[in-house]
Design a protein around this ligand. Sequence first.
Ligand code: SF4
Ligand code: SF4
Length: 373
Amino acid sequence: MKYRTLGRTGLKISEVSIGTEWLEKKSPELITSVIRKAIENGVNYFDIIFNFEEHLTKVSKAIEGYRDKVVLVHHLGSSEYKGKYKKNRSIKSCTNTFEKYLEIMNTDYVDILHVHFVLGPTNFEEKILKPNGPLDLALKFKAEGKAKFIGISTHSLGVVEAAAKNGNFDVIMYQINLTNNALPNRNEVLALCAQENIGVVAMKPYAGGILFRKNAKVNLGGYRTGGMGLEKKTIPEKVTPTKCLHYILSQVGVTTAVPGVASIEELDATLAYCTATEEEKDYSLILKEFDEYITGECVYCNHCQPCPADIDIGRVFKVFDQAKIELTEEIKAKYNEFEVNASDCTECGECEERCPFDVEVINKMAETVKLFQ
Ligand code: SF4
Ligand code: SF4
């Protein structure tokens, strides 16, 4: 397992995390075996979206004795109503649910307190930021030491942008997967998160499992934009958990991906990423089949390797794309960490022949050299 720093929190998070929502209603034995196996394999971030008492009790049992190895998450606003999930913005309900969560999880604090499932920028402004609203409540819990850091979960890119600019949010949970690669402005907003040193947790990495329905014609609209848009698409055959995860972990600003798993077999399929070969990770041809890419834009897949000059082309361009937003000292330092960089390009052109996305690598390398001069 590799670890990345979750933005300004400084927490070291496993690249592959696990969502527990599909474990709801499973037996305590299964939940314990999945969570323990994940921990043994280095997973340290578990998203816990459902605050059902019975479910939390099972999860709590599973992490018993491992509290110090686990980054614990609570979703403020996810509640239980008559045995079912209900989003609830009432301060009283949020407070009671969170206090109960701490009690069941047998802990005094959570590491990340996410303001749960914010619909859109207007909802964010009016319902979350209002005086004595959910953000103020989260800040109160932070001041009391019951939450180390504040996060927000949303399917809306507009909310990601607004939260990144707000200053109070340390972590943002947002859907990122192959289906929304070409969503307008997505990469710029992710670069903004990186610039603000906000940790990005990528949810829905498998688009709710839809990406594995080989050859099925499915509606991807909701997974692409977070809205209800209709966008029928036939799923290509070769999508695997490893390719999905590698795509996400190659995007600017992303710290970790949180797939939900419902069994040991699904956990194993997800953990296979950690030992996968570069060939198994290569997502370039699948992304092309999704026709979600923008021709000429680098998607950091490194399908163009090997470079005779040993340039890590995908990573160099990832830093370059971040630097185009704002050339900060951190980004300069990141660029200077490369042992060979754009200035070592010999213009041989081999990469351009191999790039499936028609990226003009030689020109882009020249632009990179100019920017970092
Ligand atoms: S230049 Fe092309 S092949 Fe190389 S990393 Fe970028 S998109 Fe992938
Ligand atoms: S053109 Fe430059 S980046 Fe591409 S393979 Fe040749 S040396 Fe590497």
